[in-house]
Design a binder for this molecule. Structure first.
Ligand SMILES: Nc1ncnc2c1ncn2[C@@H]1O[C@H](COP(=O)(O)OP(=O)(O)OP(=O)(O)O)[C@@H](O)[C@H]1O
Ligand SMILES: O=P(O)(O)OC[C@H]1O[C@H](OP(=O)(O)OP(=O)(O)O)[C@H](O)[C@@H]1O
Ligand SMILES: [Mg+2]
Length: 293
């Protein structure tokens, strides 16, 4: 390896780990972890990889231990880290959507708005951000650090409210809690060390990584559709097709039929297919995509 032509990246351990490793695989990098080892292998000689806690990632990127890393926007804000935010990557633990930090109370409590919690006790892992939120709102509250299982603390009556992350809503619901405010929407972000970002080779490598990761994320929501249709119904078929670009049309060999190919949102397919059939499209095939760039 030529000196300077290698970069160290951080993969978040814990909640974001599985989704991140999957996304990297789709983007073209195979990250292989070995049991109890925090330095996964990656199939790119220009990269070395470290598994780090999401909470600590921004700190390691800021101090240059890592050139780049992926972590939640929440922990970047919590640590007020001085890093380059390269881009948002919209995925969470279970979905390709952001998650939310919310203020929640017991379902049967009298609290309806954050102001109602003046003088009360709130537990959270998201300590500094929560303190800042209440300070800026001018609501005096006692915020105490929670090491986890935070939802249970309201149920047990240990605190009056919690600030917790929610994605699917399952945990909040399972504890009979009620959300009374949203403090922050959070998603994964690709971040870079400021010095690394000034290095043209590293910056190009990080930007290329971002392009491929974004392409892989975009491809998750899209599929390709291909079909055949007689030339005289092609206009009707085209009128039905939404497309990122114009659909591609090709002639079938020795026939007056045409082949039409396009990319659509996965959720559109179930409505689209019967309509396409009804105007005369045949041999409709759908295939999944790895990247859309
Ligand atoms: N459904 C989710 N639950 C928790 N965190 C999520 C979820 N989806 C995305 N995240 C993000 O994952 C990161 C979780 O980091 P955190 O330091 O809390 O560790 P963790 O991976 O949840 O580990 P632990 O098991 O110790 O709680 C945060 O940036 C958070 O925004
Ligand atoms: O809205 P949901 O989809 O239910 O997700 C939110 C839950 O997931 C996280 O827990 P985690 O698995 O990180 O465990 P922890 O309580 O130990 O942090 C978070 O702390 C919530 O409890
Ligand atoms: Mg957690």
């Amino acid at each position: 390896m030529v000196d300077g032509k290698q970069m160290r990246i951080g993969i978040p351990k814990g909640s974001l780990e599985e989704a991140t490793v999957k996304l990297f695989a789709k983007a073209g990098w195979k990250v292989t972890s070995h049991h109890r080892n925090y330095f996964p292998e990656i199939n790119d000689p220009e990269l070395t990889c470290s598994l780090c806690r999401a909470q600590e990632m921004a700190r390691y990127v800021e101090n240059g231990l890592l050139d780049a890393g992926l972590t939640g926007k929440d922990w970047i804000l919590e640590n007020q880290s001085d890093v380059v935010i390269v881009d948002d990557l919209i995925y969470s633990k279970a979905s390709n959507r952001p998650a939310k930090w919310v203020l929640a109370v017991a379902g049967d409590s009298p609290y309806k708005r954050p102001e109602d919690l003046a003088g009360k006790k709130i537990a959270t892992e998201f300590l500094s951000f929560t303190k800042r939120y209440f300070e800026e709102a001018g609501i005096p509250v006692e915020v105490e650090y929670s090491w986890g299982a935070t939802e249970a603390k309201v149920v047990e009556g240990l605190v009056d409210a919690i600030v917790e992350i929610t994605e699917t809503g399952t945990t909040i619901k399972a504890h009979g809690l009620r959300i009374i405010a949203e403090l922050l929407q959070t998603n994964t972000q690709l971040i870079a060390n400021k010095e690394s970002w000034k290095d043209p080779w590293k910056r190009a490598k990080i930007e290329n990584m971002n392009t491929l990761l974004q392409g892989a994320l975009r491809a998750d929501k899209l599929v390709a559709l291909k079909m055949n249709a007689p030339a005289d119904v092609v206009d009707k078929v085209m009128a039905l097709l939404p497309s990122m670009n114009s659909p591609t049309i090709a002639h079938l060999h020795n026939s007056d039929w045409l082949s039409i190919e396009t990319v659509v949102e996965t959720c559109q397919v179930r409505d689209l297919v019967p309509k396409l059939q009804s105007v005369g499209a045949q041999a409709i095939i759908e295939y999944s995509l790895n990247k859309v760039i």
